[in-house]
Design a protein around this ligand. Structure first.
Ligand SMILES: Nc1nc2c(ncn2[C@@H]2O[C@H](COP(=O)(O)OP(=O)(O)OP(=O)(O)O)[C@@H](O)[C@H]2O)c(=O)[nH]1
Ligand SMILES: [Mg+2]
Length: 215
């Protein structure tokens, strides 16, 4: 029982900090998205594609979360947008206090979009509010159609689902319709996009949806 109480306390503290972050970002009119997925589903590649399309018209900053290395932050830095890397040193998810610290480094820039790329993990990232407006679940077609049913938490808390690597569908014998149906079974309110960051197919639809959110 003591364990349960401590866990609740950790989450309560996290939510308090997340609310502070949300208030600050709201006052800055920054639309904040928290990208959650299993490792390697294509978050950074999607961000690269998204940023290159959004950057001509919108201001953007990025917080990268990884267990080790700043490889993803380096990839984003090449696109010329402000980026701050959180290295969790083992923790499998970002927590609000880490985001608050990373945000301090970006405080001098005001941006219309803040993308937070969470640590690749399909389970515990769902539990932690980071002060975002929206969680975006990213699921690649190589992970299997049944994943939303087996790992429902992430799909339940997300507002958007992006199914990635659609260029690989012909090689895998999977059905995009089944991915979509399984995800909507868990959360019928999900806004679903299907994209290939390799061919660019579907990325424009996602980017125009993003632009509408800040209009
Ligand atoms: N064929 C194909 N490959 C992709 C696509 N998107 C990403 N990849 C590849 O998938 C691999 C992982 O992509 P990343 O964008 O690094 O994935 P990630 O989710 O950021 O990974 P972590 O941050 O480690 O969790 C890379 O080899 C990408 O080139 C896609 O749309 N199609
Ligand atoms: Mg990444």
């Amino acid at each position: 029982m003591a364990v349960l109480k401590i866990e609740r306390k950790v989450l309560e503290k996290n939510d308090e900090i997340a609310d502070e972050i949300r208030k600050e970002l709201k006052s800055r009119k920054t639309f904040t998205l928290n990208l959650v997925s299993s490792p390697g589903s294509g978050k950074t590649t999607l961000l690269e594609q998204t940023i290159s399309r959004l950057k001509p018209t919108h201001s953007i900053s990025v917080i990268e979360g990884d267990v080790q290395t700043d490889i993803d932050a380096q990839r984003i830095d090449k696109l010329g947008v402000p980026v701050s890397q959180i290295v969790t040193n083992g923790s499998c998810h970002l927590e609000a206090d880490m985001v608050r610290d990373a945000f301090e480094q970006l405080r001098h820039v005001s941006s219309q979009f803040l993308f937070i790329e969470n640590v690749g993990n399909l389970v515990c990232t769902a539990d932690f509010d980071l002060g975002e407006d929206l969680k975006v679940a990213v699921l690649s077609v190589t992970e299997g159609e049944e994943k939303p049913l087996k790992y429902p938490a992430m799909f339940r808390v997300a507002g958007v689902l992006i199914i990635t690597k659609t260029d690989l569908v012909p090689y895998l014998g999977v059905s995009l319709e089944t991915f979509r149906k399984n995800a909507l079974t868990i959360n019928p309110d999900l806004v679903v996009f299907e994209v290939s960051s390799k061919t660019g197919e579907g990325v424009d639809a996602w980017v125009s949806w993003l632009k509408q959110q800040v209009r």
